[in-house]
Write a protein that binds this ligand. Structure first.
Ligand code: BGC
Length: 519
């Protein structure tokens, strides 16, 4: 769209010239290790909290309950303190996102990743060496701060550095790493559960590996051209753009980023700007996607799979083992998404997964409803396998849909001017609802019993209807052209785009207008 007398974007439907260069691939792989750390934290707590040595040291009450026969199967692990161990990380993470929004804008995506790495390293040390509950929780809080900073910077970094036609696939590297982190954590738990009495320490300390990888990665990658240009480093931004695109012909893309950044500069109150009418579609979608992603019930499985399988009558070993299987399914199915997201598109993946998730949850509920009562679990070998297969069916569909797309779509739909603020709201809402699930799931399981899976399946129905009517396809649309090519064309959201003048709230809180900018 021409603006200010020069062409700032490629004509609709064509792409900026961009090769898939080694530097892009390497940068993305390094940045995505932020996901590894997040995944490890998600996956480690379930196994650790089912280890007797750990429970005996920090939660003796739960250990007593666990071995008492009179406790209901569904309520063995219902303990607020124990849930706080899992959930405190997410509470800290969501608070950190607001600071992370500032650092991603002012210091850049790369430095924000470095800050995350440092938080992670200190958190891991405190956790591995924990002598009491306070030290344990303090470590979890620092890890949470790391998650807040990493989840803010990494998806933005990936979306901005990737050439449009493989943006979806590269962005999903983040989620792929999340799933690898979860799997790695369950494998570690499987091994350390046999080491007494300090196996849990090893589980918590091995998080140091992804933490160090992210920190080193952040030291070596280049920052994104968008971030450099946004911070006024135009020449450096252009040079980086040439390097990552593998061509000298970057003028059109460069101009488009400069224009987007000029508008971004005028925004002195990014959060207030986010609330403007013209940003409503992206904001509503980003917030709802996060709530929906968590209400698929995925983390009930990811955090508590060993505990859940234990509840169903599996022995400790079998529970940890089953968590490894679901973890492996999670990784492999994410690869399906890497391959297909830029081919079949975002909507198709989400809709197919909706059907698959709904059916598997209903079947799990029915089997548990009939077979697992408060005091006897008659889950025979056959039924137990059936439950594990259905959990895997559920996890696989999540892994090629809501898992990666919950992060991808918000990171590619906000215009540069609200991108950091938008991403920070995204991460914050995600962690808020992750916290809610982490804190409430074991109590919900105790009260709702098998019906908890009916509860989640109802949510899956709601989110699929939302996708059907309100989520536009963003496959193959250059990131700075979303307004023109996506929002202005959508049957519902176009009503928020009726205003061609581009309003931003400037430093004095006054409204100014920029004409016809194509961001
Ligand atoms: C979610 C996490 C979840 C993970 C499972 C991510 O996209 O944000 O909460 O644990 O997927 O693979």
């Amino acid at each position: 769209m021409p603006a200010g007398g020069f062409s700032v974007s490629a004509p609709s439907g064509t792409e900026f010239e961009a090769k898939i260069t080694p530097i892009v691939i390497i940068s993305c792989i390094m940045a995505a290790t932020g996901g590894l750390m997040f995944g490890y934290d998600v996956g480690i707590s379930g196994g650790v909290t089912s280890m007797d040595d750990f429970l005996g040291k920090f939660f003796p009450e739960v250990l007593r309950k666990k071995h008492q026969d009179k406790e209901s199967n569904y309520c063995k692990y219902d303990n607020q303190g124990l849930q706080l161990f899992t959930s405190s990380l997410y509470l800290a993470g969501l608070t950190a996102t607001f600071f992370a929004s500032y650092t991603t804008r002012r210091l850049g995506r790369r430095l924000t990743m470095l800050i995350a790495g440092v938080f992670f390293i200190i958190g891991v040390i405190l956790n591995g060496a924990a002598q009491d509950l306070a030290m344990l929780i303090a470590g979890r809080i620092l890890l949470g701060c790391g998650v807040g900073f990493a989840n803010q910077a990494v998806p933005l970094f990936l979306s901005e550095i990737a050439p449009t036609r493989i943006r979806g696939g590269l962005n999903i590297l983040f989620q792929l790493n999340v799933t690898i982190g979860i799997l790695f954590a369950s494998l570690v738990n499987y091994g350390t559960a046999k080491i007494h009495p300090w196996g849990w320490r090893l589980s918590l300390s091995l998080a140091g590996i992804p933490a160090v990888l992210l920190t080193l990665g952040a030291l070596f990658v280049v920052d994104t051209p968008n971030s450099l240009i946004e911070r006024g480093h135009l020449d450096e931004g252009k040079a980086v753009l040439k390097r990552i695109r593998g061509t000298d012909n970057v003028e059109p893309e460069f101009n488009e980023i400069v224009e987007a950044s000029r508008i971004a500069q005028e925004v002195k109150h990014p959060f207030r700007n986010l609330l403007q009418r013209r940003n409503r579609p992206q904001l509503v979608i980003a917030v709802l996607l996060q709530i929906f992603q968590q209400f698929t019930g995925i983390n009930a499985i990811m955090f508590y799979a060993p505990v859940l399988f234990n509840t169903l009558g599996f022995k400790s070993d079998a529970s940890l083992y089953s968590a490894v299987i679901t973890g492996a399914v999670n990784v492999l199915s994410t690869l399906v998404s890497v391959y297909s997201v830029d081919r079949v598109g975002r909507r198709m993946l989400l809709l197919e997964a909706g059907v698959q998730m709904f059916l598997s949850q209903v079947i799990i509920a029915v089997v548990l409803g009939i077979k697992v009562t408060d005091h006897s679990d008659n889950l025979s070998h056959g039924w137990a396998i059936m439950v594990v297969v259905m959990v895997c069916t559920f996890v696989s569909s999540f892994a090629w849909s809501w898992g990666p797309l919950g992060w991808l779509i918000p990171s590619e739909t906000f215009p540069l001017e609200t991108r950091s603020a938008g991403q920070s709201v995204t991460v914050c809402v995600n962690l808020l609802f992750t916290f809610v699930i982490a804190q409430a799931f074991l109590s919900m399981l105790c009260h709702l019993k098998y019906a908890i899976f009916v509860f989640f399946s109802a949510w899956v129905l709601v989110m699929s209807v939302f996708v059907l009517f309100f989520l536009p396809e963003t496959k193959n649309v250059p990131i700075e052209e979303m307004t023109e090519r996506v929002w202005k064309q959508h049957w519902f959201w176009k009503r928020y785009m009726d205003d061609d003048n581009h309003h931003v709230v400037n430093g004095n809180g006054k409204i100014s207008a920029n004409n016809g900018a194509s961001v």
